[in-house]
Design a binder for this molecule. Structure first.
Ligand code: NAD
Ligand code: G6P
Ligand code: MN
Length: 434
């Protein structure tokens, strides 16, 4: 059987992963799951460990659950290492989301200044994990969920000796499932070719049973199809119909920060005043979840977990591990080395793209040139991602400032510097290189 290490095991998402592993047992024979966390997360880890144990025993699954603060014990001889940790916890996310707002800038934990700082906190930790993996499980696949997942994957590709790394997001699966539901067909019949970067990828082409239905899907996205209303909500965004029709490809939910920045800024300020930022909402949901998780009679994942954004994340993880393990050669959307798949992006950079999943890992489908209207934005974000990685690795102030300034959500060098200085101060404890 296989051993899986989950770093950030105390996450409230973990029961979903355990549920996925239980359901996927027939194709992915996992017999050990090691949940790892840090001292700060010890209490959460224990609650999750006990719940996971109740879940496998209720399901009669032959999986042993371990929980520990000893990362090396967890990594030793693992076949897959799943990373889903949050350095500094939700308290750090609250700062990422609230400090930029004071300057009328969207914080956002993946795309904006918040994403820059989440990367600065995360990259040194992931590179340490990679060094330990070289020693303790050199054959393992690293499957990273920790956001910003594309930037973290870029850092591993450029700054570690771990080649077997894949960054994963639940976004593309959610879009495919939403379209399948709107078309009223089984998800397996729908294939969308995705290309771009994490939280910046586009559905270039949609096929139903192999037949190209892209223009029908675009019409539905623009609210012009029979089920228009439903599909318009798909990315959680109301797009101007003529814009989506002109774009001609499916945007993802995170594109709203680039195509609707004023609306989003206003919405986030309103939210911050009324309910608190998303991080604060998540904090309350997390408290509610952990109260449920402690109930000794609970032995399945609770419905309330669906209130988190990561729906289908375990499905993404389990189907990916399964296809590597069985050399299934099906198509999945992952973050991997570009290798020429998308023109104009460096070969060694991480991209989010549809791939054939083999025993040797993902093999990206050749996508060629992106449509001219989106090409520039994708390249700009890739530049932001690369400069961010350089800043995280070097601990260099000027490089971090440069990353902040070239982020399209930041309006000027002077504002960038103010936000940078305040976030550096707020996160000092988690930024040892600065
Ligand atoms: P969380 O705040 O619950 O953090 C998860 C755990 O990580 C916590 O128990 C915390 O103690 C632990 N942790 C912190 N530093 C650690 C370290 N150095 N080593 C090991 N563990 C450490 O976070 P969450 O909201 O459950 O999300 C977990 C992570 O998964 C986040 O980074 C989030 O961005 C990411 N995520 C990604 C996707 C995706 O689409 N890629 C989807 C969902 C969540
Ligand atoms: C989506 C994204 C994830 C992100 C999550 C946030 O699922 O794909 O990358 O972490 O939303 O959800 P949350 O519940 O933490 O706001
Ligand atoms: Mn994501």
């Amino acid at each position: 059987g296989l051993k899986i290490a989950v770093i950030g095991g105390g996450s409230s998402y973990t029961p979903e992963l355990i549920d996925g592993l239980i359901k996927g047992q027939h194709e992915l024979p996992v017999n050990e799951v090691w949940l790892v966390d840090v001292e700060e997360g010890k209490e959460k880890l224990t609650i999750i460990g006990r719940l996971a144990q109740r879940m496998v025993s209720k399901a009669g699954a032959p999986i042993t659950i371990h929980w520990t603060l000893d990362r090396q014990a967890a990594l030793k001889e693992a076949a897959f290492v799943i990373t889903q940790f949050r350095v500094g916890g939700l308290a750090a996310r609250i700062k990422d989301e609230t400090i930029p707002l004071k300057y009328d800038v969207i914080g956002q934990e993946t795309n904006g200044p918040g994403g820059l700082f989440k990367a600065l906190r995360t990259i040194p930790v992931i590179l340490d994990i990679c060094e330990e993996m070289e020693e303790l499980c050199p054959e393992a696949w690293l499957i990273n969920f920790t956001n910003p997942a594309g930037i973290v994957t870029e850092a591993v590709l450029r700054h570690s000796r771990i080649n077997k790394v894949i960054g994963l997001c639940n976004g593309p699966i959610s879009i495919s499932r939403g379209i399948a539901a709107a078309l009223n067909v089984e998800p397996a019949r729908v294939r969308i070719d995705f290309a771009g970067l994490n939280h910046m990828s586009y559905g270039l082409k949609t096929a139903l049973d192999g037949e190209d239905i892209s223009s029908r899907v675009i019409a539905m996205l623009a609210g012009r199809g029979e089920d228009g209303q439903m599909i318009r909500q798909l990315t959680g965004v109301e797009w101007v119909p003529e814009f989506v029709e002109a774009l001609g490809v499916i945007p993802c939910g995170y594109h709203r920060y680039y195509y609707q920045p004023r609306t989003m800024l206003a919405a986030m300020k309103r939210e911050a005043a009324q309910t608190g930022t998303r991080a604060e909402v998540v904090k309350r949901l997390e408290d509610e979840l952990f109260a449920l998780y402690q109930d000794p009679n609970l032995n399945v994942k609770p419905k309330q977990l669906e209130g988190r954004g990561g729906a289908y994340y375990s499905e993404a993880a389990v189907q990916l591990m399964r296809s590597i393990y069985t050399d299934k050669r099906d198509i999945q959307v992952v973050n991997t080395r570009n290798q020429g798949a998308i023109a104009g992006i460096p070969d060694e950079s991480a991209v989010e793209v549809s791939c054939v999943i083999t025993r040797e890992g993902p093999r990206p489908l050749v996508m060629g040139e992106l449509p001219v209207a989106v090409r520039g934005l994708v390249q700009q974000i890739k530049s932001f991602e690369r400069v961010t990685v350089d800043a995280a690795v070097s601990g260099d102030y000027r490089t971090a400032l440069l990353a902040m300034v070239i982020n399209p959500l930041v309006p000027s060098d002077a504002v960038a510097k103010q936000i940078l200085d305040e976030l550096l101060e707020a996160h000092r404890a988690y930024l040892p290189r600065f």
